[in-house]
Design a protein around this ligand. Sequence first.
Ligand code: SIN
Ligand code: FE2
Length: 216
Amino acid sequence: MNTPDLFAHERIGQRESLGPQSLVLRGFALPHAEALLPAIAALEAAAPFRHMVTPGGFTMSVALTNCGRLGWTTDRRGYRYSTFDPDSGRPWPAMPGVFAALAREAAAAAGFDDFQPDACLVNRYVPGAKMSLHQDRNERDLAAPVVSVSLGMTATFLFGGHARTDKAERIPLYHGDVVVWGGVDRLRFHGVLPLKDDPHPELGRQRINFTFRQAG
Ligand code: SIN
Ligand code: FE2
C-alpha cells in the first residue's frame, strides 16, 4: 500500500510549534535531500547500521550508526558517547559538511544560534521498528538544542512532557521534516510509534532519522 502524500506541497515551509522552544519545520531538509542520500551510503559503507543492546538487555528495533567526533552508543553497561565505533575500533566517520550545514540552519531557524553539532546519530527504522519514550540527556551541555531530520517513510513522533507519564502529543513526521527542541523543552520525553508498512517512493521501506547534538 502506497498512500500518496497529497498535501505535501501545502505543508512545506510551515512551522508547527510543539512547545515554547520546540517546533517542526515542515520540509526543511528537502532542498538537501539529494546531497544527504549519497552521504548516507558512504557513511554506511564505513560504519554499518547495527542493532545495539540497551542496559536493560533489549536489542533495539532501530538500527543505528553515527558520524561526527562523538557517536552515541549503548550496551549492557549503559548509554554513552564515544569517539570510536565499538564494532571496528576506528573513529566514527567525519560529519559530512551538508549534514552540519543543515543542522545549523535548522537550529537557527528555530532561534538557536551558533549550534555546533559534534554528534550525528543516524537511526534506520523498518516497518514495525519503534523508539520508546526517552529523554536525550547524555550530552554534556544541555544548553544546545536537539535537531532531528526525517527522511523516507512517515513516522508518528511522540512528544511528551518532563515526566515519562505526561501525555504525549502525536505528530506525523514526513520525508524532509525537521524537529528542533531546546531550552525549556530540551529534556522533554519523546519517541516514535511502531512504523507502518507504507513504502516511500524514493527510500522504500525505511525511515532514516538524523539526530544532531552538541554532545562533548
Ligand atoms: C531519537 O529520539 O533518537 C530519534 C527520534 C526519531 O527517530 O525521530
Ligand atoms: Fe531522542
